[in-house]
Design a protein around this ligand. Structure first.
Ligand code: FAD
Length: 387
């Protein structure tokens, strides 16, 4: 199998790159060891806490403000086309509820969370599910003077279990009948994000119709359905575009010729698969997904053994684990303005996403935003290289 582009890592970065490159007629494959962080995220797109505070050495600065804007517009177009549209303006943050009833800022949200921004201080009714794990309606009482809650018995306790039940029309009908009897008086209804494993918009419209309230979903603790919906939708959209997926196995070997990587060997027990490519994009993420691996004295990039840039001096972690200013958050791969790793022997490799040096996802609140922007930018540079 010979591809124009082989993308290593099936997270937000790799999937956006794959969709762009296949749309340009390039034969594209994605190789991923496992599911990405996106599948346990809130499904909301954090772009930046404060855009003015982004430093010169951050990947956003290399991409430029116009690229940030156009990449996020591209993401919105894809999601609309895929049937899971997103809401919000690129450089404007909006508030959503967290599962512990605190508000947090994010940028683009699935339509099911669009109404959360207007709910602060307004009369609020929380609908939850009997015995549901890790979701406590009482926490929301503090945010409003006019609060009420109702519990529906879904017959199961987990997020994914309840969401799967909502995929069944008979269950949805039973829920709607129960809801009518609740005679909710409040202006807003917040529901944990379990309204189906797919786009819940039709059900939300129906709930709004029978109650006359403005409805929004609240992301739950992982596993969070909006993150799972986003990941599954992007992956299936990419597959429909003709991208080939090799999922569930790491890479055991790479082959090279002069200054080019020529193929990857996937580590399938008893049946190694060789995937040849004219170019490769590394999007294996940071420490969480295993793109970077910390050893006692060094940090390793796990596929090509590329040099990892590490902030000078010690310690690598501050005393407080939850400090967003962790020096380790700066570790990553240093790239040229074409997303090619510096000090690497190979000319046909590109790198993007949270594995990039100075990303500092936690500090700048730029998780999926950075993945989308650098994933698209690196893909465009790779396309240019292949010309
Ligand atoms: C718990 C949690 C919640 C988050 N919530 C949000 C949120 O709500 N909103 C937001 O904007 N950001 C959020 N973030 C940050 C955001 O999810 C990430 O920054 C972003 O998704 C990173 O995308 P990525 O594609 O660069 O990497 P990843 O999502 O880490 O994907 C890397 C992929 O590469 C694969 N891989 C790794 N090594 C190999 C290998 N050797 N061979 C083959 N494949 C390999 C992995 O299996 C994985 O699929 C969250 C992060 C965490 C940890």
């Amino acid at each position: 199998m010979k591809y124009d582009v082989v993308i290593i890592g099936g997270g937000m970065t790799g999937l956006i790159s794959s969709i762009y490159l296949s749309s340009k007629g390039l034969k594209t494959a994605v190789v991923s060891k496992g599911d990405p962080v996106c599948s346990i995220s809130s499904g909301c797109i954090d772009v930046a806490g404060d855009f003015q505070g982004i430093p010169d050495d951050h990947p956003y600065t290399m991409a430029g403000r116009e690229k940030v804007r156009s990449a996020l517009m591209y993401f919105k177009e894809i999601m609309k086309d895929a049937g899971l549209p997103y809401w919000g303006e690129v450089f404007e943050n909006r508030s959503i509820y967290t599962p512990i009833a605190k508000k947090r800022e994010t940028c683009l949200v699935p339509f099911s969370m669009k109404n959360a921004d207007g709910a602060k201080g307004k009369s609020l009714h929380i609908i939850s599910f009997q015995g549901m794990k890790d979701f406590f309606p009482g926490y929301f009482k503090e945010d409003t003077s006019d609060f009420n809650c109702s519990l529906f018995d879904a017959g199961t306790l987990t997020t994914v279990g309840i969401a799967t039940k909502f995929d069944d029309p008979a269950f949805r009908e039973q829920f709607i009948l129960w809801l009518k009897e609740c005679r909710i008086q409040e202006e807003f209804i917040g529901i944990p994000a379990v309204l189906g494993t797919k786009n819940p918009q039709k059900l939300i419209d129906q709930i709004e119709l029978v109650t006359g309230c403005k409805v929004f979903e609240i992301p739950t603790l992982p596993p969070s359905m909006p993150g799972l919906r986003l990941f599954r939708k992007l992956k299936s959209y990419s597959s429909l575009q003709g991208v080939d997926f090799f999922w569930g196995h790491g890479i055991s070997e790479i082959t090279e010729e002069e200054n080019l990587v020529t193929s990857l060997i996937i580590d399938q027990p008893g049946r190694p698969t060789i995937i040849e490519g004219r170019s490769f994009i590394l999007t294996t993420g940071s420490f969480v997904s295993g793109g970077l691996f910390a050893e006692k004295e060094s940090i390793r990039e796990t596929v090509f053994n590329l040099p990892v840039s590490i902030p000078p001096g010690k310690p690598r972690l501050n005393d407080s684990f939850f400090d967003t200013e962790q020096p380790l958050g700066r570790a990553g791969i240093r790239v040229s303005s074409h997303y090619q790793p510096v000090d690497s022997p190979w000319k046909n490799i590109f790198v993007a996403g949270s594995i990039l040096e100075n990303s500092q996802i936690m500090k700048y609140h730029c998780g999926h935003g950075l993945a989308i922007v650098t994933g698209l930018d690196a893909a465009e540079n790779c396309e240019e290289y292949l010309k």
